[in-house]
Structure formats: C-alpha cells, structure tokens
Design a protein around this ligand. Structure first.
Ligand SMILES: Cc1cc2nc3c(=O)[nH]c(=O)nc-3n(C[C@H](O)[C@H](O)[C@H](O)COP(=O)(O)OP(=O)(O)OC[C@H]3O[C@@H](n4cnc5c(N)ncnc54)[C@H](O)[C@@H]3O)c2cc1C
Length: 226
C-alpha cells in the first residue's frame, strides 16, 4: 500500500517507520526540516508515565514506550542517559500529591521507585531541598533530534522516502491526492496515496480542515486520518 505521512516530527516519523517496516511504501512530507518544531526542540526528557491514571492507555503506552525508546537508543547508539528523576514535595499539600504520584507510579509498574532521605537527596541533588523526595529511576534524557534522524534512516532502509521542504496544502478524500508544494521546479504537485496519516503537531487541524475527506466527516482521531 502507498502511504503518505504528513509531518516530520516524532509522530510522523515513528508512524512512517512502523508502517514501512510492515512492507508498505511510505512517503513522509515535512514542510520545513525534520525535527524543526516541537520534537527537535523539546526538553529531551524520557518520560516514564509516573503521572498517568493507572489502567489508562496513556499510562500503558508511556511505560512501554520509555522502555522501547531506551532499547532503541541502545541498539542504535543514540546519546541518552537513564539518570532518573527526583520529584520533591515542599508543603503538606505537595506531600499528599507526591504520595499519590508514588502510588500511581507503583500501579503503573514502574521499577525502583523509592523515597530518599535528606542525606540521599543531598548526595544526588546537592541544591534541592524537600520535606520528602521520590526517586523515579526509569526516567532519563535523550537527544531526540538523533532519534528523528535514525527513524528517517529506518524509513529509507525500507524503501520509504522523507521529503523535506515539502508542504502539504490539503488532501482530497476522493482521489487520495495531496496537494504539495516544494521549492523550485517541484512547486505544486499532486501526489496520490491510498492512505494519508496526519502528524502535523500544532498544525493538525489546519491540514485536516483543508482536506475534503474531513469535510465529509471521514477523519478518525486527533492524529490519524485515513
Ligand atoms: C516546550 C516543550 C517541551 C517538551 N518537552 C518534552 C520532553 O522533554 N519529553 C517528551 O517526551 N515530550 C516533550 N514535549 C512534548 C513533545 O515534544 C511533543 O508531544 C512531540 O514532539 C509532538 O510531536 P509531533 O510529531 O506531534 O509534532 P512536531 O514535532 O511539532 O512535528 C510536526 C511536524 O509537522 C510539520 N508540518 C506541519 N504542517 C505541515 C504541512 N502542512 N505539511 C508538511 N508538514 C507539516 C511541522 O513542520 C513539524 O515538523 C515537549 C513539548 C514542548 C512544547
């Protein structure tokens, strides 16, 4: 199947990678350069799902996701550090919230959660002060730009293509056509795919509203669009 993915952030590239690995022909269209928006400019934290409601899909995906991402970074030699995170409480109100968080983390299956005493906190974080501190060892930091370029290489390894400086202006639901503009001689082309997936971050709605399939009510979910 020919699949078009709009957006070269982590959502677009991760989706493109998975679909290309299943043997589909993937083209990713990015209006700027990959990772030039949120995914390449965020805080680089590997979140592990401490905050999410136990049993929710978010919790399940975050816990599974952080472990898969760390494994992916190890295998692909991408800079990362599972340095852990310390969450601190400094008032009685924060104390009860911290205890609720610890319970959530435990229910979500996070490993190695433990409260630190003052000496242990000082050793780890000399400038932090707390009534109570919770260590979350599964969190870390990563260079997400390197992750994005690695996903791009994975797509290309599976015969997919990633087009930068290629803005999608709209999608026709009837013929599955994307109206695309690219600089210079490629300016404005129609590209046909069987499925389009929108991963445009903050521009998702803008692209969906410009798509005739959206007008016919054929969209599914906030990020995916068939
Ligand atoms: C300040 C900040 C800090 C954050 N820190 C973290 C963190 O530490 N850890 C963490 O896990 N998450 C963090 N996040 C959240 C995370 O960065 C985002 O959830 C994630 O990057 C969103 O990815 P995305 O692919 O949906 O969007 P984006 O990365 O924004 O990608 C969307 C892409 O679509 C492209 N696009 C848009 N319109 C079109 C079009 N018409 N045609 C072609 N391309 C188009 C854009 O150019 C863009 O590159 C942070 C977010 C922010 C804002």
């Amino acid at each position: 199947m020919k699949v078009g993915v709009v957006g070269g952030g982590i959502i677009g590239l991760a989706t493109g990678k998975l679909i290309s690995e299943k043997g589909h022909q993937v083209s990713v269209f990015e209006k700027d350069t990959i990772g030039s928006h949120q995914s390449g400019n965020n805080s680089g934290v590997l979140h592990c799902g401490l905050h999410y409601k136990p049993g929710s899909l978010k919790a399940k995906l975050a816990v599974e996701g952080v472990r898969k991402m760390i494994e992916y970074c190890r295998v692909n030699d991408i800079d990362h550090d599972v340095c852990g995170k310390v969450v601190v409480a400094n008032s009685s109100e924060e104390l009860s919230r911290l205890e609720k968080l610890a319970l959530r983390g435990k229910k979500n299956g996070l490993k190695g959660l433990q409260y630190l005493n003052n000496a242990e906190l000082k050793k780890r974080e000399p400038y932090a002060r707390a009534i109570k501190a919770l260590l979350v060892p599964e969190e870390g930091i990563v260079d997400y730009k390197k992750v994005l370029y690695s996903f791009k290489r994975d797509i290309e390894k599976h015969s997919g293509k990633v087009f930068e400086k290629s803005k999608v202006h709209g999608i026709s639901g009837i013929k599955r056509l994307a109206l695309l503009s690219r600089p210079m001689r490629y300016w404005k082309q129609n590209i046909r795919h069987q499925i389009f997936i929108i991963g445009c971050g903050l521009h998702n709605l803008r692209v969906r509203f410009r798509s005739s399939a959206y007008a016919r009510g054929a969209q599914a979910g906030a990020r995916t669009f068939v």
